[in-house]
Unconditional design. Structure first.
Length: 326
């Protein structure tokens, strides 16, 4: 079989990969349909993720069709599935209380173990979830990144009365905008790039937009999805007393106004990936709604053979989600 192979930062090719001939009892072989390029894929490509291993097959936002199964996974045969790309042990203190997202033994496809940007790949059936027939492939490929937002937004209460700021209008930021807008909140999208704000204004007519340098109001909830020190620090300053800050982006460092946090009784939530399958199932519920507007999130779909152009567009930061078709 063929797939993408990242031998070292910046060095990627489409080549023949080793193929597993026999499956373990619980495993499934999947023929890939779509794979989305994530921000972490770009970080691995650029050599900016310290815990990444090389060489590695990239890719973790994956949907496909099960074409072979081990004996105990036979119920998945022929089904279209989405992949949960982060392993969990099920035995550590965090897994035992349902917090598999912070498992001490966690590994991630396309980062520190081979991912799924290949024509076929094999994975334990404990990490796959069947898809409803009515969900299109173009929406299904958004389930995994959407689950990140679902998990984050469960940490706060968002109603029609909630004033929400979303800092960063990349892929995760756009998904956060889609969810907050669907829930009826008063949403303001903030970014340093006017072209991203223009896209938000064009696609989400109820959402206000603002350059980072021009924000004047304060908010009940701030969702930080830009991942820079400046955006993290600004987000803290934008909160009303009693407000809640949800950190999705991961700047290495940021300065926090501790006195202000204490005096204003600010709540800070860190949020990493998701819990499976519950956050995936909630994502599917959103994506099945006709009035849940996520079409603007995907900018381009490339054949995997055009991977170089796809990666360059993704690296540029000028587009939304870039998807590979296999």
């Amino acid at each position: 079989m063929n797939g993408l192979y990242l031998s070292s930062p910046g060095v990627i090719e489409f080549r023949e990969l080793a193929s597993r001939s026999n499956l373990n009892d619980d495993e499934v072989r999947i023929k890939l349909i779509y794979g989305g390029i994530c921000g972490s894929d770009i970080s691995v490509f650029k050599g900016k993720l310290p815990h990444a291993n090389y060489p590695v097959v990239p890719g973790h936002e994956l949907i496909g069709t099960v074409i072979e199964t081990g004996e105990s996974a036979s119920d998945f045969y022929g089904k279209r599935v989405v992949i949960m790309p982060n392993s969990f042990c099920g035995k550590c203190e965090y897994c035992k209380v349902g917090k598999t997202n912070i498992c001490t033994e966690k590994q991630s496809l396309g980062i520190n173990r081979d991912g799924g940007f290949a024509e076929e790949f094999v994975i334990s059936s404990k990490y796959v979830l069947s898809l409803p027939n009515q969900l299109t492939n173009e929406k299904a490929v958004l389930i995994e990144p959407m689950a990140v937002i679902v998990h984050a937004m469960k940490k706060v209460v968002i109603t029609e009365e909630t004033n929400v700021a979303i800092i960063g209008c990349g892929n995760e930021g756009m998904l956060a905008i889609a969810v907050a807008d669907y829930l009826g909140a008063k949403v303001t999208a903030i970014d340093v790039k006017q072209n991203k704000l223009n896209k938000v204004s064009h696609c989400y007519h109820n959402v206000s937009t603002c350059q980072s340098s021009d924000v004047e109001e304060s908010f009940d909830v701030v969702i930080e999805a830009a991942g820079t020190s400046e955006s993290f620090e600004q987000g803290m300053q934008l909160l009303k007393p009693g407000g809640a800050f949800v950190a999705i982006g991961m700047p290495p460092h940021a300065s926090l106004p501790v006195v202000e946090i204490v005096r204003k009784e600010i709540t800070i939530h860190g949020s990493i990936i998701y819990n499976f399958p519950e956050d995936f199932n909630t994502s599917i519920e959103f994506l099945l709604q006709d009035d849940f507007h996520v079409d603007p999130v995907i900018s381009k779909i490339f054949s995997v053979k055009d991977y170089e152009k796809a990666y360059m567009d993704a690296v540029s930061g000028d587009y939304g989600k870039i998807v590979l078709k296999f």
